[in-house]
Design a protein around this ligand. Structure first.
Ligand SMILES: Cc1ncc(COP(=O)(O)O)c(C=O)c1O
Length: 390
């Protein structure tokens, strides 16, 4: 038996996501590269948040916290959900997690297992499929149609929801398209799920980065909020990816179960990071609002440029910091095209296939980068388009 044979079956085929592949290729690139593949804020965490963490640590916040997270942070998050989303939640309904990722993992592990199915949409965040597989449940991928800009299609989702369905994962605003699914469609999907005693796992880590008005959460929209598990995070909206703080909110029996599971993984979120998150929640919001305004300007820059390229289309992103370009005119697998753009044109993007089979023929570009890099990257994309079609 080789050492590889000794790996557990779930680890043996583990490839990691294509996002990480592009990230590593970009990092190893020797030269001037316009990086449009990075999916995290280019802004640093505001200074007052960093100060609060340092003060907290000096004041003794260096120990394990409750496995649920600290009481002030749980209360602060519950207040925010009630204030901003109009969903009544108390602190018992909140588990503080190590980012949205841990919230998704422990949420899914709490409600899905062998014999269950979990519906995930593609193109969508690739981790969902891997996380469902980790639970032993079967991921059921539903491809949304590119013709509608990947609108949520409740009838299509309903065709895949059965009595074995434990959960339907909805991401809103959506990575990779930046779309914010229509409220009526969200309500319809939530109804289908609840009718089958299935949860909607609502990944709302981009909730604060919404450019077209409404920010109502899935739990606020659904007729049966008791069947909604809400995932959120400080990472994107508060420029705090490295601090690893997020939350899972939902019925207290699920929160209690998730807390038991997390006792075996991370035990509790970082104490210092929880101090930082509390400060971000309670402190001045202007720095975060300025970030959102900057993303919105950059989104407009991207859309103006894309509209000048007749061969390439892109459904208008209403949130997050991504644009998902339809590059089917290149007639080339997305991964090959992304690698070619990187090596021949000096611009890195993420192939749509990193988001499941539904993303073929597309490239994701991120505008979480400063205007100058963004403009350079767009110039290079334009050169590639000219070379191909002129
Ligand atoms: C859709 C989506 N969900 C969750 C996450 C995880 O974010 P974090 O764990 O930093 O909160 C990401 C990160 O890129 C994401 O794009």
């Amino acid at each position: 038996m080789s050492e590889t044979d000794r790996l557990a079956a779930r680890a043996r085929g583990a490839e990691g996501s294509e996002i990480r592949v592009m990230f590593e290729r970009a990092r190893a690139y020797d030269g001037d590269l316009a990086r449009l593949e990075i999916g995290e804020p280019d802004f640093d965490t505001p200074g007052y948040v960093v100060d609060a963490a340092a003060e907290g640590a000096r004041g003794g916040a260096t120990h394990y916290t409750s496995t649920y997270g600290t009481t002030p942070l749980r209360e602060g998050i519950a207040d925010r959900i009630e204030r901003e989303n109009g969903v009544p939640v108390d602190a018992d309904g909140v588990l503080v997690t190590a980012g949205g990722i841990e919230a998704i993992t422990v949420g899914l592990l709490s409600v899905a297992g062998p014999g269950d199915e979990v519906v995930v949409l593609t193109p969508g965040f690739a981790n969902y499929t891997a996380q469902v597989e980790l639970t032993g449940a079967e991921p059921v991928q539903v491809s949304l149609p590119p013709e509608t800009g990947f609108d949520l299609d409740p009838d299509l989702v309903a065709e895949h929801v059965t009595d074995d369905t434990a959960a339907v994962v909805l991401c809103r605003p959506t990575n990779p398209t930046g779309r914010v699914y229509d409220e009526a469609d969200v309500r319809a999907v939530a109804r289908v799920a609840a009718d089958h005693d299935a949860y909607v796992l609502a990944d709302e880590v981009y909730e604060r980065l919404t450019y077209e008005g409404t920010r109502r959460s899935v739990a606020a929209i659904a007729d049966d909020p008791e069947w909604v598990l809400s995932v959120n995070s400080f990472s994107k909206g508060h420029a705090m990816t490295g601090w690893r703080v997020g939350w899972l909110a939902g019925p207290s029996d699920v929160i209690d179960a998730a807390q038991v599971i997390r006792q075996t993984t991370t035990l509790c979120p970082s104490s210092v990071s929880q101090e930082a998150a509390l400060a971000a929640l309670e402190g001045p919001q202007e720095p975060f609002e300025e970030m959102v305004a900057a993303y919105e300007d950059r989104r407009d820059t991207v859309l103006e440029r894309v509209r000048e390229w007749p061969e390439i289309t892109c459904a208008d992103p209403e949130g997050a910091f991504y644009a998902f370009l339809d590059v089917r005119a290149f007639d080339e697998p997305a991964m090959d095209l992304a690698l070619r753009l990187l090596s021949d044109y000096g611009v890195s993007t993420t192939p749509g296939t990193a988001f499941g089979p539904g993303g073929e023929g597309h490239l994701r570009i991120s505008y979480a980068t400063d205007e100058a890099v963004l403009e350079t990257g767009l110039d290079r994309l334009e050169r590639a388009i000219r070379d191909e079609f002129e």
